[in-house]
Design a protein around this ligand. Sequence first.
Ligand code: GLY
Ligand code: MN
Length: 380
Amino acid sequence: MARCVPQHLIKDRIDSARERLQKCEIDGLIVLSPTNKGYLSGFTTGTNIAPGGVLLITAGEESPHYITSTVDFQECRERLQPRGFEVLRYDYRKGQNALSITVDAARRLGLRKVGVPQSSITAGQLRSYEQEFDQAEILPIEDFIAVLREVKDEWEIKQIRAANRVSSNAFERIIRQVKPGMTEWQLAAELEYRLRLGGEGSPRLAFSSVVVSGPRTCMPHGSVTRRKLQRGDLVTVDFGATCNGYCADITRTFVVGSPTDRQRKIYSAVLQAQLTAIKQVGPGNKRAKAAQRGMDVLGEKGLAEYAVHGAGGHGIGLQVHEGPTTGECGLWEPGNVVTIEPGVYIPGWGGVRIEDDVLVTETGYEVLTPIKKDLLQVKS
Ligand code: GLY
Ligand code: MN
């Protein structure tokens, strides 16, 4: 699989950012969030997506500037210079920092009004920027790059699809090793090893896996413990690899041995809620409807009060949680990728969650997660 984002897509992303700057009559943009820096530069394979520092984009045609420390300078230069970025370094040993080098660059570029997304800057940092930028006004703005990221291009979709494939292969391999006596901890470690081994480009996992068993499955994000799996347990596993920085986010609940009637019934209700919610995903459809329809199913079965996070989900991409979510008003657009993850959690008994990643296509939806959803029974 190609490791690098095609150059024309980087150009499209930067052009979209520039268009927005021009519309707002701002002549420069300071990008601090590692995710947005990764998206605009194509450097998404670092341990923190993109290296530290500042990406400075102008509304005009000047080269984007990536200002990074001496620590990350070599790799940034290798990766970004051939793509038309000016890569500058700051050296703490010489009393330099990202801000001082950015101020110099902005001065050279003749910038007068520079926007900085307020969600990525602390109040203290903002004060420093306002003080140090003597020639330019600093304007806290909305994070419109995060909004651009909500619609994935074809390369990004390929990465999320690959991350799903890797994650599914890892799960299907590990599930064969599960047996009573294995701990949640072991299961998480074995799974994460396979997620890392199969991943591509980026070493990070989408997030630290959740593995909860028995009555602990009533905790949607329960901590992984050394509890041993027992015959009759439900086990919930929430996991995801990354490929070139892009995340998968998948959950499956299975049973050790044979399910009881109640386990079977609740599993089947959650599955029905998930299938119903997924069918609501499509271009032009209301985002909130997916979660509502899923909840209708759980409500009919008397389970609504136990569905503590509802029956919808969230966008995924470079971040495991990003826009758009099913909790927002607004309509789906082709290129949105979202999880649909209803769950039912009954204190003292346990819980069930089923989560897939779903792409909004031009005509409907496509489920990107290839793992089967019948209630899986592992050997006991
Ligand atoms: N994978 C964790 C979550 O979406 O909540
Ligand atoms: Mn999720």
